[in-house]
Design a protein around this ligand. Sequence first.
Ligand SMILES: Cc1ncc(COP(=O)(O)O)c(C=O)c1O
Length: 393
Amino acid sequence: MYEGRPAQSERFTPRTRPVVPPIHQSVTYFLDDEAYRDVQAGGLDEIWYGRFRNPTVDVAAEEVCRLEGADAAFMTSSGMGAIATTLLTLVGKGDRIVAANQVYGDTHDLLVRDLPSWGFDVARVDALDLDAWRSAIGDGRTRVAYVETLANPQLDLADLPAIAEIAHTAGAVLVVDNTFATPYSVQPLSLGADLVVHSATKFLNGHSDAIAGVVAGRSEQVREVQRRVITLGTCLDPHAAYLVWRGMQTFELRLSRSNATARQLAATLAARDDVVSVRHPSLPGYDRAEVAARVLRRDGEQIRAGAMVAFTVAGGDQRALTVMRKLETGCEATSLGGVETLVSAPFNSSHFSLTPAERRAARIDDGMIRVSCGVEPGELLVEDFLRALDSTG
Ligand SMILES: Cc1ncc(COP(=O)(O)O)c(C=O)c1O
């Protein structure tokens, strides 16, 4: 190490700056005495060590603030990193978390296996049953209500304003996983949520090439989560942060295309006799239509119904596997939110760890296929699904 080694940012002339944010791969930074004093006083503004903050990670977080309409955001190592760190920030031993039955499989595992074994009290409720939320939350010990906006995989839409009111009346905070719906369709903070978490691996990144998470909300609460990220070590790598930042530059473009495709696919599937049910908020028979009309953002008359579709084929899980494996444009793989259309069967992927009874409680049907619509031409994708269904009739 030689004295005066310049930091990357000092290499630009005073009159130029990069169009694209540099990837600040530096783990550590030179500090003057005043900065050391600020850090030691508990300040989080200085950039001094990568687990605390990093300029590239900050740039990605600022973009999430724009999309979610948040005051502050902090990136984490993964979506699970965001969820676990947020919950561990908000609750202490003996406190209660009330969470929806309809959540992502690993979130379910965290709620039913890990958190109770560490001394937290976790109650589960049907996301759609407001009376159940009220009676589970109203015991005076509840610190957190936890729900997915549009749930993975069955696309149950939570009544966020109502759940927020129930939580706030009992002195609890509402944490919302907005991964499936995305801020293109819903901004939970504007509907009463206190904190929003994401698997940024999905639609925010949009290219299936980085694992990341984020928590967004009001500055003080996000700062508390940031302090926990520091001690739990659930920070994001700057290179992954750059990929998420880059993905977010095309967020609206991608989501407008994939929302339109999802709408087209859902309508086509709903017209088939060999499809038992289709779940998508755009469909006339969607059982949460009243909530959708209140909480989903819209373009004129049309709600932004999201890029995910779930449908159940006649013939159960085995036929679901056969249908998926006949697809040529759609690709069978877990995960979602990329430019490519991904399909999966919850029973053997995102929700494999649930018992059959837990899957029933989460309203996951035998034969359900989850589709994450990509940006391919909609017609091409619809034809692909029709061909696959026809050939497995
Ligand atoms: C709704 C939802 N939340 C959280 C996660 C976890 O995200 P990650 O894989 O980035 O940890 C996922 C992953 O599929 C998810 O679908």
